[in-house]
Design a protein around this ligand. Structure first.
Ligand code: FUB
Length: 343
């Protein structure tokens, strides 16, 4: 699982100048950046990587994160502001370990911070914590969100004010263990192990008005190829693995995600927040390091891709650093693929 994926980087057709970007945050390791614009600044909500001395395995035990820090940028390329710790696992009654990729939403004058963690039974759930300020500190609810499971929450608020959570991840993210609707601790460690059957789908649910509960039972998101067919489990180049993100551009809904073991960020578009979504292609070629995780945000008329690689740690897959690069669309709204190293 820990091969250096830069070796498999392929050439992209639509490169633009200045593609190589530099680490944004060097105070501590950071990954899985969710970027949002609040109060005229870009706020970044990443995972806080550190070395817990855990062995690397396919379950992701070496991603043993236990707290979160928030950062902001007045401008892209400008100074990074680093805030005091925003949330620690010690202040979350239901959570025990593995504080993985978070996200945030602003509603009702409050900031709602969403994060996955394993509970006392080792099962990933998704929690919510609240603050009056975008940088926190956040106060966590005593219980995880009811009916939540798996990892990588991404919350999108549509122009009509409705908010939706997209989530899920296979392998260490445990989505495959929920295939029957109940958690099966003895279930597969990776995926459904049925390469000729439809792959596992990411999940989504509308959020309730108080932003602390699902307003509906989580649903599958359908990602279809150009012939309207779902990707099969064996299609590791295109099927969903983890790292959901939703953004809207020119009235279209862009659902993007990581292909995990093939290390790409790809996207699909649809006409509404529920999909189905039709696959279009790669946004980001493999970075150095096993995981890839991103967010997409508009700021002052330009679009940006926030992502991570392992440049600062010299390739340690669980010690990552956040980067940002401009993202561009063609006239038809297709995203121009980015090679992280400008190849
Ligand atoms: O950071 C831990 C996990 O690695 C995230 O939840 C995944 O998306 C992957 O980046």
């Amino acid at each position: 699982k820990t091969t250096n994926s830069a070796d498999s980087t392929s050439k992209t057709e639509n490169l633009f100048e200045g593609a190589v970007s530099q680490p944004l945050i060097t105070e501590r390791f950071s990954a899985d950046p969710s970027a949002h614009v609040f109060d005229g600044k870009i706020f970044i909500y990443p995972s806080h990587d550190y070395d817990a001395g855990m062995p690397e395995n396919d379950n992701g035990d070496h991603f043993a994160m236990k707290d979160y820090y928030v950062y902001s940028l007045d401008s892209v390329g400008g100074k990074v502001t680093d805030y005091p710790m925003a949330l620690t696992v010690e202040d979350v009654p239901w959570a025990v370990s593995q504080m993985w990729a978070p996200d945030i939403a602003f509603k009702n004058g409050k900031y709602y911070f969403y994060f996955p963690a394993r509970d006392k039974d080792g099962v990933f759930r998704i929690g919510v914590a609240e603050s009056d300020k975008p940088q926190g500190p956040f106060k966590a609810e005593t219980q995880a969100i009811k009916n939540s499971f798996s990892i990588d929450p991404a919350v999108f608020t549509d122009t009509d004010g409705k908010s939706y959570m997209y989530f899920g991840g296979i392998w260490g993210g445990q989505l495959q263990k929920w295939a029957t609707g109940k958690f099966d601790a003895k279930g597969s460690a990776t995926d459904l192990e049925k390469d000729d059957q439809p792959a596992l789908s990411p999940k989504m649910a509308m959020l309730a008005g108080d932003m602390k509960e699902f307003a509906e039972t989580p649903k599958d998101i359908k990602i279809l190829d150009e012939n309207g067919k779902e990707f099969l489990g064996g299609n590791h180049e295109k099927r969903f693995f983890e790292a959901s993100w939703m953004h809207k551009y020119n009235g279209k809904y862009y659902f993007s995600y990581s292909t995990g073991d093939t290390h790409k960020i790809v996207y699909a578009t649809g006409d509404n927040p529920y999909g189905p979504f039709t696959y279009h292609g790669v946004i980001l070629n493999p970075v150095v390091g096993w995981t890839s995780h991103h967010s997409i945000v508009e700021f002052k008329g330009k679009w940006y891709l926030f992502y991570h690689d392992t440049q600062v740690s010299g390739g340690k897959t669980h010690l990552r650093n956040v980067k940002v690069i401009e993202l561009k669309y063609d006239v038809e709204g297709k995203i121009l693929p980015i090679d992280p190293y400008g190849k």
